[in-house]
Each structure stands twice: as C-alpha cells, then as structure tokens.
Design a protein around this ligand. Structure first.
Ligand code: ATP
Ligand code: ZN
Length: 300
C-alpha cells in the first residue's frame, strides 16, 4: 500500500545556495522526481519519497512539527531554531543525523574596520545586528557578555553604516562581502555546513526502514565522493611501507603476480583523495604501474 501517510517527505531549500547540491545528492542516491506545476513539490517516481521545496528557514520547523520526516538545511539554521525554541521554553523535535559536506560557512561577529578590538570584552554594552538572535544570545550569555541584540532580517552588513549597530553577526564564507562593506571578522560563533535532520516523531509502518535505507545510501554517496580505488604493483618486502602510505585505507587486497615470487599487486579503496605526492611517495617506496580510479557506488 502506498498511501500518502506511508510516503517519506524530505524538506529541501526551494531556491538558494543549498538547492542544487541537495537535489544532486538525492539523485545520486538513485531517487527520481517529477516536479509539480507550482514547483513546490517533487513526486518520487521510483520510491515512495517526495520532496517539499521551501525556504530554508522553514525546514527545521517542518521537521520538528512532523510535516516532513527529513530535512536538508544548514547547521546555522538548525541551531538557530533549536536555541530560539529553547529560549522560549520549548523543545525542537528533530535530531541531526549527519553532516553532508557542502554549504560550508561560519557565523561570525564582525567589526567596522578601524574599530579597536581587544577580545570579547570589547563587545560589552555594544549593539550587535543579526538575523541569528538565538545563536548570538546563547553565545553572549555563555560568555557573560551584556550586549544588546538588534534584529535585522537581511542586509545585516549595512547596519553599522546606518548607525543601527556597533558590530554585526552574520554568515561568512570567503569574507569578501565583509571586506566590501569595510568589516573584519573578530569572533567565530559556529562552523556550519549542510546537515540532514530527522523528526523525533515515531515513523509508522515501513517508514523507518525506508528512512534507514535512504540514509544508508546517502552515507555511501558521501563516502564515495572522496574515495578512490588504487591499484599498483609492489615488491613483497615493501608492502608494510606501502600500506602505511595508502591514505585512509583499512585492508588492501594483496594478489600474487603470475610468474614472480617477489612481486604482488595491491588493490585498495582509499577513503581520502589521492594526491600526486602520495603517488610519488608510493613509487619511491618501490611501487610501479600505479592506477587511481574513481569509485562510483559503495555499500558498507
Ligand atoms: P531562503 O530564500 O531559502 O530563505 P536564504 O537567502 O536564507 O534563502 P541562502 O543565501 O541560499 O539562504 O543560504 C542558504 C544556506 O547556505 C545558509 O543558511 C548557509 O547554511 C549556507 N551558506 C554557505 N555559504 C554561505 C554564505 N557565504 N552566506 C550565506 N549562507 C551561506
Ligand atoms: Zn533563509
């Protein structure tokens, strides 16, 4: 039976920095979708898994309220929701399942260039503009800094120029937006990346098994991104050294080579990228006929 209640719903950002990566990740898990006319809903064609396309800020709430079973969203948005609910005396009913290795950025406090900054005490009695009031309040309280928080829904970086704040607290990735607005980073509150969250509401029927299946595929896709399959020939006596040099590989397969006693073929899955330096070091240790191949799928 494939009623609506038995389909998994995943909340994904509709239009923004996380959208393409999120959809690409789900496609690499083997999921196929058709998008509705209003473009807010993607129907899962080959598995009972649908997508709800929404603003990223709405994703933690939709998962907490069990409208969606899973959500893909920045840790900054997840933590902001968790802390702002906590500060209102409520609990956010979702769990972070794992990190997805894209959408990296950090939430930082920045000061207008030329502002004397002598550590966190400098923030005392100042005004800080942000859209992340929950995270900022938590940061200031944990460090016993008394400062006022000015809520800005966007364009936070112009607050000091408007005379509305002494500092800002906003997302930074390269720092070029800060520099363009004459601001410099002084404190980092949170390192963020896209994460997957799951509702705490119990999943009925076959839904938990389906969620586990999709999470296992996601895990496989993430591992494969960095993984390489490496093949080489090596003298037997150099095997220990070669095993040491293979990056992130647990148990390489060692195969005797036809017609020789002292040479073997080594095959290994390396769970890290293999750089030219590594290949050069392997060659210096006696390896030859080195071949590095991408890994397409992996199931632990
Ligand atoms: P929405 O319309 O969905 O509310 P938005 O404008 O809030 O979109 P985006 O700018 O698309 O959101 O950013 C989405 C997420 O991308 C952020 O919450 C953050 O996790 C991540 N991100 C990565 N780098 C940056 C950056 N330099 N600035 C802002 N967000 C970034
Ligand atoms: Zn947003």
């Amino acid at each position: 039976m494939d009623t609506n209640e038995q389909r998994i719903k995943i909340a994904v950002q509709k239009n923004g920095r996380l959208t393409d990566h999120s959809l690409d990740l789900l496609e690499r898990c083997g999921l196929k979708f058709t998008q509705s006319k209003d473009q807010l809903f993607c129907f899962g064609e080959n598995m009972p898994i649908d997508l709800l396309l929404v603003r990223d800020d709405d994703i933690p709430g939709l998962v907490s309220d069990d409208v969606c079973d899973l959500g893909i969203v920045g840790l900054n948005v997840v933590e902001e929701k968790r802390l702002s609910r906590q500060q209102e005396g409520r609990e956010a009913l979702f769990d972070r399942v794992f990190d997805l290795d894209f959408g990296q950025c950090r939430l930082s406090i920045a000061a207008p260039d030329g502002t004397p900054y002598d550590g966190i005490e400098t923030l005392k009695n100042s005004t800080i503009a942000t859209s992340y009031t929950g995270l900022l309040r938590d940061f200031l309280e944990s460090r016993r800094i008394d400062a006022s928080i000015e809520y800005f829904s966007g364009a936070v970086e112009i607050a000091p120029k408007l005379g509305k704040a002494d500092f800002i607290c906003d997302l930074v990735s390269t720092g070029s937006t800060l520099a363009a607005n004459g601001l410099s980073e002084v404190e980092v509150l949170l390192q963020s990346e896209a994460v997957i969250i799951q509702t705490r509401a119990p999943l009925l029927g076959d839904k938990q098994a389906l969620v586990d299946r999709i999470l296992q595929r996601l895990d496989g896709v993430l591992q494969v991104q960095e993984s390489k399959y490496i093949m080489l020939h090596a003298p037997r006596h150099a095997l220990d050294r070669i095993r040491e040099l293979l990056p992130g590989s647990e148990a390489p397969t060692v195969i005797p080579l036809e017609g020789t006693n002292d040479k073997v073929a080594v095959h290994a899955v390396c769970r890290e990228n293999v750089f030219w330096e590594t290949l050069e070091n392997l060659k210096a240790a006696g390896a030859s006929s080195l071949l590095v191949l991408p890994v397409e799928k992996m199931l632990a």
